[in-house]
Design a protein. Structure first.
Length: 187
């Protein structure tokens, strides 16, 4: 492993408690996390972390109104940016998903409440002893995926939805021997 890769892994580990499994219920974070969750499964978490700031910059801090207003030329320009993962479908999906998000809000849907309803509005705490017990998707993420697709979202399969649920703290998959697992936190 090259020194830069090692540093990236070390930084990723330091962010472990702050980026995964910490309940977030703020709409801008939901947009950002859904975009990075979608990319993380295809390209690896370290690659996505390295490019995260570029995504925020190019996609207007994931403000849905601004992302939805991006033109085809804006998306095409993103395809030339080496600071992004240049996959036309995934970049277009960020804009498509912002439009779907706004359409749902226009119908009076509170997106935070809607998304958290897939886990019964409570953090689902798993008790994994090792990584072999970890799941890539669950019935909850399958339900979320189906509902998001029906609402017009793209690139939101059940594995991506599960990664999103983890990153938003809807699901806590810390190993039971991890200091961040709820059973190990001091009262």
């Amino acid at each position: 492993m090259a020194a830069n890769e090692f540093r990236a892994v070390a930084q990723s580990y330091k962010r472990h408690a702050g980026l995964c499994h910490c309940p977030l219920q703020t709409p801008p974070y939901l947009g950002s996390r859904s975009a990075t969750a979608r990319l993380r499964w295809a390209f690896g978490w370290i690659t996505v972390l390295k490019k995260r700031d570029n995504y925020r910059k190019r996609f207007h801090q994931f403000k849905p109104e601004k992302v939805a207003a991006m033109t085809d030329a804006d998306i095409a320009d993103c395809l030339t940016d080496a600071g992004l993962i240049r996959h036309a479908g995934k970049l277009e999906a960020i804009r498509k998903n912002a439009k779907a998000w706004l359409a749902m809000e226009a119908q009076g849907i509170d997106m935070v409440e809607w998304l958290w309803a897939f886990v019964g509005n409570e953090i689902k705490v798993n008790h994994l002893k090792n990584m072999s017990e970890a799941q890539a998707q669950t019935s909850e993420s399958q339900g979320m995926s189906k509902a998001l697709k029906k609402a017009g979202f793209g690139f939101v399969g059940p594995t991506t939805c599960y990664a999103f649920m983890q990153s938003m703290g809807m699901v806590n998959d810390h190993m039971t021997n991890c200091p961040c697992h709820p059973d190990n936190l001091k009262a």
